[in-house]
Design a protein around this ligand. Structure first.
Ligand code: ADP
Length: 164
C-alpha cells in the first residue's frame, strides 16, 4: 500500500495545487494533504480554515485525507506511515529549493522518497502569493482558485479592510 503526503501551506489552495492533488491521487493508494502550520509565518488563513477549504474542494476524491502538521516533514511522514512525498514543480526557480529539501529529507529519512510532478502548463504561473495580491487590489481571482475559496478570500479581504 502506497501512502503519499503532499505537503504545503495552501494559503489558499489554488487550481495549481488542485491539479497536483488530482493527478497524484491517481498514482497512490492514499494521498494525505499535509497542511503546514508554520508558526514563523503569518498566513492569511488559519490552519483550520485551510484544512476546511481543502476538504471542501477535494470532497469528490475518495482516497484523500487532509491533515494539519507542524515541525519536520519526516516526523509527520513517520507518524502517518507515508513512504512518499509529492511536490509540484512549476519552473526552474522551484528546482533548487525543492532539490535541497528532498535531499535533506532523504538524509534524515532514507526510507522516504520524494516524487515531483511537473505543473500543467496552464497553471505554471500560479502561486498562492499572487492570488492574494490580485485579491487585495480587488482583481478577479475566479480563474485561479475554486469558487468557495474565492468567496472566502473576498470575505477575508473585506474583514481586513475594515480593520486597517
Ligand atoms: P510551500 O509553502 O511549501 O511553498 P505551497 O502551498 O506554496 O507550499 O505549495 C505546495 C506545493 O505545491 C509545492 O510543491 C509547490 O511547488 C506546489 N505548487 C504550488 N503552486 C503550484 C502550481 N501552480 N502548479 C503546480 N504545483 C504548484
Amino acid at each position: 500500500m502506497l501512502r503519499a503526503i503532499y505537503p504545503g501551506s495552501f494559503d489558499p489552495v489554488t487550481f495549481g495545487h488542485m491539479d497536483i492533488i488530482r493527478r497524484s491521487s491517481r498514482l497512490v493508494d492514499e494521498l494525505i494533504v499535509g497542511v503546514l502550520n508554520n508558526k514563523a509565518k503569518t498566513p492569511l488563513f488559519s490552519v483550520e480554515e485551510r484544512v476546511r477549504m481543502l476538504e471542501e474542494v477535494t470532497s469528490d476524491i475518495p482516497n484523500i485525507r487532509i491533515i494539519p502538521f507542524g515541525g519536520l516533514l519526516v516526523d509527520f511522514a513517520r507518524r502517518v506511515d507515508a513512504g512518499m512525498v509529492i511536490r509540484g514543480l512549476r519552473a526552474i526557480t522551484d528546482f533548487e529549493y525543492e532539490l535541497q529539501m528532498a535531499q535533506t529529507n532523504h538524509k534524515m529519512a532514507p526510507e522516504l522518497e520524494t516524487a515531483f510532478l511537473t505543473t500543467s502548463l496552464e497553471y505554471s504561473y500560479l502561486s498562492s502569493t499572487t492570488v492574494k495580491e490580485v485579491a487585495a487590489f480587488g482583481g478577479d481571482i475566479s480563474q485561479f482558485v475554486p469558487v468557495p475559496v474565492a468567496d472566502r478570500i473576498t470575505e477575508k479581504m473585506k474583514k481586513k479592510e475594515s480593520v486597517d
